[in-house]
Design a binder for this molecule. Structure first.
Ligand SMILES: Cc1cc2nc3c(=O)[nH]c(=O)nc-3n(C[C@H](O)[C@H](O)[C@H](O)COP(=O)(O)OP(=O)(O)OC[C@H]3O[C@@H](n4cnc5c(N)ncnc54)[C@H](O)[C@@H]3O)c2cc1C
Length: 462
């Protein structure tokens, strides 16, 4: 009998537990114990229904392109709950001088695949447009070999305005991250590959589009669940054997004992053959302090950012006044505090009644600690002031919902992949140890699912 402890009941830990449960059901001689500090499983996946509006307190969807999440949903019986973003309304704006300017059509993250929309866009100056044209002639041999920041990479190709107006706000809106710190190789590896092959990203993107058969119509960018992202966590939790799940139980210490591990939580200890740590890397660092100081130090060095999600509902008058589209991003040079806002009623129309505007704002990034000290009233004031400046909304919201996520977003800073290689080497020296979660090989839900499943496969191989 192999006993496995899983520490952390977010999507990563739940996926690991699900994979082990599946093996067990197929006849494998396995026991598992899932420890979770909170009374609720799912970690940052948390959905609530407020006045007929579906509020996603954490993630609101996952990328359709990364199939692991949708595949898992189908496997656990949620296929009929899968829904996609309303891409007929897929337009995103950037705030420029207080006004909403659309991101030009055909711009794939930063690389234009169509000339005209970028050429006539008000987002970029003629200087940047000239840089975009020149980039077309970049050759592969002129490129950098080691890791570098996303900022350095983007500036090299398209200049500072592309970074400030588009790439930095996109990364801040998705990761709460700083483009000057983030690792190009870890965060945007596809562009690094493209650069290696073609030199020019614009040419690379065009070649890729030619090479891959185009879907007609194209697949929507985001996938979600009708009843909210928490449906996925709930379905996974329901597939587990209740006697193996320990909510309200925080693991305080881990101690290697020969080829086994002693897991201590409260006054109880369990001896197990293997441990999957699916809690944040800074928790893993604390727990592995006794087992390996160097590994603990590497894990502790992975930075995390905090974030706040503020959802506000407004009446139909406000809804009618809003621009079409998914929402907007805010560059740093604008005198606003929110990093991004989503028009939920457009992106996922079923999440709000037809006569309500549901706007989800994202606060945090490098300034997050300051906001964490503020009470709900102050946060609401800041967000409403910003919405008034950009969208002209003066009406009182019908309701507001605020969710704080402290140190929940791992940041892949320059050198992240080298750190991962060192962590992996040190981890392999500790028999029966696996790591899962958003700190390692991908921050999105699909990546976390894959990391949990891989960790389960790892410990079964040991
Ligand atoms: C606000 C926000 C919005 C996001 N939006 C998106 C999005 O739209 N799409 C997308 O794909 N991704 C999104 N992400 C990223 C993605 O949701 C997360 O990376 C992913 O859900 C993390 O899952 P996890 O299980 O690794 O970690 P978590 O969800 O953080 O779970 C870790 C769990 O470990 C538990 N734990 C900690 N210490 C212990 C201990 N000592 N003992 C026992 N348990 C412990 C915690 O209580 C927690 O439940 C978002 C993230 C955030 C924070």
């Amino acid at each position: 009998m192999t006993r496995v402890a899983i520490i952390g009941g977010g999507i990563s830990g739940l996926s690991a537990a699900y994979a082990l449960q599946k093996q067990r059901a197929a006849g494998a001689d396995i026991d598992y114990l899932l420890y979770e500090t909170s009374s609720r499983l799912g970690g940052v996946l948390h959905s609530e229904l407020v006045h007929k509006c579906l509020i996603e307190a954490g993630p609101d969807s996952f990328l359709t392109e990364k199939s692991w999440a949708a595949d898992l949903c189908r496997e656990i019986g949620l296929e009929d709950q899968l829904i996609t973003s309303n891409d007929a309304q897929r337009k995103t704006y950037v705030v420029k001088n207080g006004r909403l300017v659309p991101i030009p059509n055909g711009l794939m993250f930063m690389a234009p695949t169509r000339v005209m929309p970028t050429l006539f866009s008000q987002l970029f100056s003629w200087n940047t447009k000239a840089k975009i044209a020149r980039e077309w002639f970049d050759a592969p041999e002129s490129m950098v070999t080691g890791d570098e920041s996303v900022a350095a990479f983007v500036e090299r190709h398209y200049g500072q305005e592309m970074l400030d107006q588009l790439v930095a706000p996109l990364l801040a809106g998705v990761y709460g991250g700083d483009a000057r710190q983030m690792s190009m190789r870890a965060v945007l590896p596809r562009f690094v590959e493209m650069e290696k092959k073609y030199g020019s990203l614009s040419r690379g993107m065009l070649q890729r589009r030619k090479a891959s058969p185009s879907r007609n119509p194209p697949r929507p960018l985001f996938t979600a669940l009708k009843g909210g992202m928490q449906q996925l966590a709930d379905a996974l939790a329901n597939s587990l054997q209740p006697e193996f799940v320990r909510p309200d139980t925080s693991v305080q210490a881990l101690q290697p004992q020969g080829s086994k591990w002693l897991v201590s939580a409260g006054y109880d200890s369990d001896q197990v053959d293997a441990v999957i740590i699916a809690a944040p890397a800074y928790v893993a660092a604390k727990l592995l302090h006794i087992a390996d100081l160097t590994l603990a130090a590497e894990l502790a060095a992975i930075p995390y950012n905090s974030s706040i999600i503020v959802a506000l509902a407004f009446d139909n008058k406000v809804r009618e006044s809003l621009a079409p589209g998914f929402g907007f991003l805010v560059p740093k040079n604008e005198p606003l505090e929110i990093l991004a806002a989503t028009f939920v009623h457009n992106k996922f129309p079923f999440r709000a009644p037809e006569d309500i505007a549901l706007i989800r704002c994202f606060l945090g990034g490098t300034n997050a600690d300051r906001y964490m000290q503020m009470d709900d009233l102050r946060i609401t004031e800041i967000v409403r002031r910003d919405l008034q400046r950009v969208l002209g909304i003066t009406a009182d919201p019908l309701f507001t919902s605020i969710s704080r996520w402290i140190r929940s977003m791992a940041q892949y800073t320059v050198g992240h992949l080298d750190r991962m290689a060192r962590i992996d080497e040190l981890r392999r020296k500790l028999p029966g140890l696996a790591l899962a979660g958003n700190a390692y090989t991908g921050i999105g839900i699909p990546d976390c699912i894959r990391s949990g499943m891989n960790a389960a496969a790892d410990v079964l191989r040991m």
